[in-house]
Design a protein around this ligand. Structure first.
Ligand code: UFG
Length: 330
């Protein structure tokens, strides 16, 4: 049993991580300022195991120092971040302050209190606009972000890498997520964003009658059906990668892994999957391109498969969508 600090544990991915860690009998402290998280997630998670919730920014150095000095924290899983690419273009400073600045304060508190283990949520947005011949993406593909969001995460990756070199007791792994989707199959926690910007939840809101249609952002991309291709990984498979990363941390080493299933689905294929799973028509309308969307992004999962023997349980899109649809209908 470990005592794990989960930042952003009331949000979509952090709450799924907290759920699995509690099921494995770890003692969990969640730090979340509820800017993108939900008290209802904390309430649901409190029924599962030994959970303490502290409502504050993970970048509050004094509070993090108190927490880390008073309790034996073995490891930090750091999810707390803003994650809307479009918003980051409009409000870059907000992204640097939160995703880079608050993360650096958290790291400073870890270093000052001797908490030496971290698993960090990074993103394939750090790769920017890869060329088609770089697909599928491996971890050594050049990192050239095209959004403040991507930069804000890459800067913290750099800080982690340099701090790990300078401190041989520090161990960390950065996981670069592709498109995370789906929910806990029992629906105890789910995916809720305000405003919602992600493709699958929007399609499901159309199926529910909460929206009239789904807008397809660009139908003239260089892909077989003209719509963008992404690699959708189920949130439980992503969390399984975190549990493995936690097990395989090595002092003085920063490890990086992409997490995506290694198969791409187009926007049209996602809409069709949502239609099949929900049984609803889900009207779709063509719309102009959204700024900064690469034609194709999908992963080469060999590195994480070899290192951790990670294998996704969800390889079919319909199965992923079904878990999200189930949660929405509870
Ligand atoms: N899309 C639409 N209509 C919508 C919403 C999305 O056509 O209403 C399209 C997008 O243009 C894109 C695809 O569906 O081609 C997927 O879009 P999402 O917004 O669901 O996801 P993104 O690929 O933009 O973003 C995700 C994560 C980011 C991460 C990024 C890396 O949410 O945090 O992958 O590329 F940075």
């Amino acid at each position: 049993m470990k005592h794990i600090l989960v930042t952003g544990g009331a949000g979509y991915i952090g709450s799924h991580a907290t759920l699995r860690l509690l099921e494995l009998d770890h003692k969990i402290t969640v730090v979340d300022d509820l800017s993108n998280g939900w008290q209802s997630a904390i309430d649901a998670l409190s029924k599962v195991g030994d959970l303490t919730f502290i409502e504050c920014r993970c970048g509050d150095y004094d509070k993090m120092m108190d927490l880390m000095s008073d309790h034996q924290i073995d490891l930090v899983m750091h999810f707390a971040a803003f994650a809307a690419v479009n918003e980051s273009v409009k409000e870059p400073l907000m992204y640097y302050e939160n995703n880079t600045g608050n993360s650096l304060s958290l790291l400073r508190a870890m270093m000052d209190s001797g908490v030496n283990n971290m698993v960090f949520s990074s993103t394939c947005a750090t790769y920017g606009l890869p060329t088609p011949d770089q697909m599928p993406l491996t971890e050594d593909c050049p990192q050239k972000p095209i959004s403040p969001y991507g930069w804000s995460k890459l800067w913290f990756e750099q800080a982690l890498s340099q701090c790990t070199k300078a401190n041989p007791s520090f161990a960390c792994t950065a996981l670069r997520y592709f498109n995370v989707a789906g929910c806990d199959p029992q629906g105890r926690v789910g995916e809720h964003h305000i405003p919602e910007t992600h493709l699958i939840p929007i399609c499901l809101e159309v199926a529910k009658g909460k929206r009239d249609d789904i807008k397809i952002f660009g139908s003239d991309y260089d892909t077989p059906d003209g719509t963008c291709i992404r690699d959708y990984v189920h949130v439980d498979d992503l969390i399984a990668a975190h549990l493995l990363a936690m097990k395989h941390l090595e002092p003085g080493v920063m490890q990086t892994f992409n997490v995506g299933i290694g198969r791409g689905y187009s926007v049209m294929e996602v809409i069709e999957s949502c239609r099949r799973v929900t049984g609803h028509a889900i009207p779709a309308v063509s719309h102009e391109r959204r700024q900064g969307d690469p034609d194709m992004l999908y992963n080469d999962p060999s590195k994480i498969q070899k290192a951790f023997n990670w294998k996704p349980k969800y390889e079919e899109l319909d199965a992923i969508v079904a878990t999200a649809w189930h949660e929405m209908n509870l």
